[in-house]
Design a protein around this ligand. Structure first.
Ligand SMILES: NC(=O)c1ccc[n+]([C@@H]2O[C@H](COP(=O)([O-])OP(=O)(O)OC[C@H]3O[C@@H](n4cnc5c(N)ncnc54)[C@H](OP(=O)(O)O)[C@@H]3O)[C@@H](O)[C@H]2O)c1
Length: 265
C-alpha cells in the first residue's frame, strides 16, 4: 500500500494498542503523522519509531475529552503540515460493570466524554481543513456499537453514539468530498490494556488474550487501513460481527442470548 504516502493523518489514542499499530503501519507507507494521546513519553518514542520508518511525525499531548485541547491538536497539525487528509478518532476508554451494581454514575459521563465527545470535538475543528483536502473522517467504534453488551452499558452507549454521529455526518457531507468510515473491531489483543472504570469509579485494567475469537492488533490495523484506503462506509472486523446486524433484525432474542453467552466467557 502506498496510498497514504505524504497524507497528513491524525490518530487519537496513538500511544498504545490499535492506534499505535496503525501509526507504525502508516509510517511504513510514508504518511505524515500527528500522534495524539495523554501519554507524551509514549508518543515521543512512537514518533522516533515512525521517523525511523521514513515518516514525518509529531506528537501532540491531547486529552480528547477537553474541547480546547482538541482544537489545539488541529491547530498544531496545521502549523506543522498545513493540511489534514485523514482524522482517525480512535481514543477510547471503557467501563465494566452491571448497571444495577454501579455505585457512582460519573463513569457514564467520562466514557461519553472520551469516546463520543472526543470524536465530536476533533471532527468539528478538523472539518474545515478536511473539506479543503476532500479528506476523510474515521470513527473507531466497536461491535458494542452494533449490539448492546451486558456489563458494558456505558461503553456500548458511547459507541452507539459515535455511530449515530458519524452516520449523520456521512449524509451531511455527501456532496463535500469528505468521506466517513466507521470501523467495528471485535475483540483485539493489543498488548496494552484498555483503561476501564469499575463499579466504584476506581480504575481497573483489562487485557484480552490472543486466541479463539480474538484478533491480533496487526491484522486489525491492516483491515481498518484497507477500509480507510478504499473510503468504505464501514468495516466490521470479525466474521460473527458481519452476521450480527442481519441476525439482530431477524432473530433479536437469539442475538441477546448469544451476546449474553459471549459476555459470560
Ligand atoms: N481492543 C479491543 O478489543 C477493542 C474492541 C473494539 C473497539 N476497540 C476500540 O479501539 C480503540 C483503541 O483501543 P485499544 O484496544 O487499542 O486500547 P488502548 O491500547 O487502551 O488504547 C487506547 C488509546 O486511547 C488513548 N486515550 C484514552 N483516553 C484518552 C483521552 N482522554 N484523550 C486522548 N487519548 C486517550 C490512550 O492513550 P493515553 O492513555 O496515553 O491517553 C490509548 O492510546 C478504542 O476506541 C476502543 O474502544 C477496541
Amino acid at each position: 500500500m502506498t496510498i497514504f504516502k505524504n497524507k497528513v493523518v491524525i490518530i487519537t489514542g496513538a500511544s498504545s494498542g490499535i492506534g499505535r499499530q496503525m501509526a507504525l503501519d502508516l509510517a511504513e507507507d510514508g504518511a505524515w503523522l500527528v500522534l495524539a494521546a495523554r501519554s507524551l513519553d509514549k508518543l515521543n518514542s512512537l514518533e522516533d519509531e515512525c521517523t525511523q520508518l521514513g515518516a514525518r511525525a509529531i506528537s501532540v499531548q491531547t486529552d480528547v475529552s477537553d474541547e480546547n485541547q482538541c482544537k489545539a491538536l488541529i491547530d498544531a497539525t496545521i502549523a506543522e503540515f498545513d493540511r489534514i487528509d485523514i482524522l482517525i478518532n480512535n481514543a477510547g476508554i471503557t467501563a465494566r460493570n452491571r448497571f444495577d451494581e454501579m455505585q457512582v454514575l460519573w463513569p457514564f459521563e467520562k466514557v461519553m466524554q472520551v469516546n463520543y465527545l472526543g470524536s465530536v470535538y476533533c471532527s468539528y475543528y478538523a472539518l474545515p481543513h478536511l473539506k479543503k483536502s476532500k479528506g476523510q473522517l474515521v470513527g473507531v467504534s466497536s461491535m458494542t456499537g452494533k449490539v448492546g453488551v451486558p456489563n458494558r452499558s456505558a461503553y456500548s452507549a458511547s459507541k452507539f453514539a459515535m455511530v449515530g454521529f458519524f452516520d449523520a455526518l456521512r449524509v451531511e457531507l455527501a456532496d463535500s468530498g469528505v468521506s466517513v468510515t466507521v470501523t467495528y473491531p471485535d475483540f483485539v489483543e493489543t498488548g496494552s490494556r484498555l483503561e476501564s472504570i469499575g463499579p466504584d469509579g476506581n480504575s481497573v485494567k483489562e487485557a484480552f488474550k490472543r486466541g479463539g475469537k480474538v484478533m491480533g492488533v496487526e491484522e486489525a490495523s491492516e483491515i481498518m487501513l484497507e477500509a480507510i484506503a478504499q473510503r468504505k462506509r464501514e468495516s466490521i472486523l470479525s466474521t460473527r460481527g458481519k452476521f450480527t446486524p442481519l441476525l439482530k433484525i431477524l432473530f433479536p432474542n437469539l442475538v441477546d442470548r448469544l451476546v449474553q453467552k459471549a459476555a459470560n466467557k
